[in-house]
Design a protein around this ligand. Structure first.
Ligand SMILES: C[S@@+](CC[C@H](N)C(=O)[O-])C[C@H]1O[C@@H](n2cnc3c(N)ncnc32)[C@H](O)[C@@H]1O
Length: 246
């Protein structure tokens, strides 16, 4: 289990829940630092979500798995709609916050440990750019094939990502070049996240364009059936079962 010193997301989420100030500091392996919008977005109620996420919720049907559930905003919304949700997150403090906020079924579990023992799902939600949790294309394909076996025939994955090429920032452009030279996808970030004294281990976080998402998904038993775009670089890919052999 993630130690409390390594539970950066949990620190951010639990401190915000308790009314304490908290900031999400991202450190990238080229020395770049950034401060993200952070905790309030993870606690937003449905009417405060960006339009593309609200629209994507129309595709969430049946029994739902919410991967990297954070403070539980997706799970709470779907529960209120009467849907059964299993919410999982690597972070013990995030899961504690979910339970305190009323999520019925929240578990400490990394994305790689979801198995059939949790039953069959009709929808998997990966919001908050959580397509990124796949880490790299190889791991994405492995996990997508696993998810195929955990889901019903008409299942969907609602996978949010950010198109890295829409950034004009010179630091990000330089990082894309660095990644190309390392034979990584330009948007395959190596980052760690800090909040207060907590700092996550370094991890790979995969940002993809819609075209890259389509290429990664091909041959895994899934296809990108629909793209729900925002006004900016963030979008949701609605993945459906492709009916092809995997
Ligand atoms: C950017 S937040 C998104 C939270 C939520 N999905 C939302 O949209 O509000 C990412 C979440 O993923 C969790 N996470 C990070 N790595 C993970 C992993 N390997 N498996 C499961 N959850 C993970 C973090 O602890 C954090 O709560």
């Amino acid at each position: 289990m993630l130690s409390s010193n390594a539970d950066g997301y949990g620190r951010l989420i639990y401190d915000h829940y308790r009314g304490l100030p908290s900031a999400e500091v991202i450190e990238r392996d080229d020395g770049w630092f950034g401060v993200s919008a952070g905790a309030p977005a993870y606690f937003a109620s449905f009417d405060e979500w960006p339009p593309h996420e609200r629209k994507a919720m129309r595709y969430a049907r049946g029994r739902v798995l919410d991967i990297g559930c954070g403070a539980g905003r997706v799970a709470l919304h779907l529960q209120a709609r009467g849907q059964e949700v299993v919410a999982v997150d690597l972070s013990p403090l995030a899961v504690k916050t979910c339970l305190l906020r009323g999520v019925h079924d929240a578990r400490i579990l990394p994305i790689t440990q979801v198995t059939r023992r949790f039953g069959e799902f009709d929808t998997i939600v990966m919001f908050g750019n959580n397509f990124g949790l796949f880490g790299n294309p190889h791991r994405a394909r492995w996990l997508l094939r696993r998810f195929h076996g955990l889901t019903s025939p008409k299942a969907r994955i609602l996978a949010e990502s950010r198109d890295p090429y829409q950034s004009k920032h010179a630091d990000h452009r330089r990082y894309h070049q660095l990644n190309r030279s390392r034979r990584r996808l330009p948007g395959q970030l190596r980052i760690r996240m800090r909040c207060g004294r907590a700092c996550t281990p370094w991890f790979d976080y995969l940002l993809v364009s819609p075209r890259e998402m389509g290429a990664i998904v091909a041959g895994t038993g899934w296809r990108v059936a629909k793209l729900i775009r925002s006004n900016g670089p963030v979008y949701v890919g609605v993945l459906e079962k492709a009916g092809d052999k995997i």
